[in-house]
Design a protein around this ligand. Structure first.
Ligand SMILES: [Fe+2]
Ligand SMILES: [Fe+2]
Length: 190
């Protein structure tokens, strides 16, 4: 028992030693890394939204996707501005989370092509994207405030507002889309 504890203690102190030789990463570094993550995500969303709008059966849903595509293009411009404020090149870093969420959306489009439940699936995929973005932008806005970057915080808040409004629109559409779909299924069953 004592031997094990000693071993663990040695390991901890040596890894601490290794860490102290490396430059300490700051909140500012984390902020830049997370900006790169969301920059990649937004650009991925710009490629995905037109496919979702094309696939949507409901006109309202397609219109909501197209509206958010235009907003997303503006959101990338806001990120460009923040990178500029930081004196860093605007660059994305592959984000496996958004790749996974959009892959799931692509799978639904393929498997539910022409099916009554397609729009419900598209809505679910889109809301997963919005929730990811809301989480990221909430964090980034808070960090910008903590780092004293009020202008960046304002830009991030403007995007966060758009993501939340989109989520709200999708929630409302979900109710009408699912009702239409249920009616259709009932008619087919009758
Ligand atoms: Fe976005
Ligand atoms: Fe979004």
């Amino acid at each position: 028992m004592a031997k094990k504890a000693k071993k663990r203690a040695t390991k901890t102190s040596s890894s601490r030693g290794a860490r102290s030789r490396q430059p300490q990463k700051t909140l500012n570094d984390l902020f830049v890394e997370t900006l790169k993550d969301i920059y990649f995500a937004e650009n991925k969303i710009i490629k995905t939204l037109p496919k979702m709008a094309k696939a949507a059966q409901s006109k309202d849903l397609a219109a909501a996707f197209n509206k958010h595509l235009r907003e997303t293009q503006g959101q990338v411009k806001r990120l460009d501005q923040i990178f500029k404020m930081l004196g860093k090149p605007a660059r994305g870093k592959p984000c496996e989370a958004i790749n996974g969420i959009t892959d799931e959306g692509a799978e639904i489009m393929k498997e539910f092509k022409g099916a009554p439940a397609l729009d419900a699936g598209l809505l679910a995929a889109a809301q997963a994207v919005e929730h990811y973005e809301i989480s990221r932008y909430g964090t980034l806005r808070t960090w910008a405030e903590e780092l004293g970057m009020q202008d960046a915080a304002r830009l991030l808040q403007a995007t966060l507002d758009e993501e939340e409004a989109t989520d709200h629109t999708l929630t409302e559409l979900a109710t009408s889309v699912i009702n239409v779909e249920a009616e259709q299924e009932q008619l087919e069953a009758a």
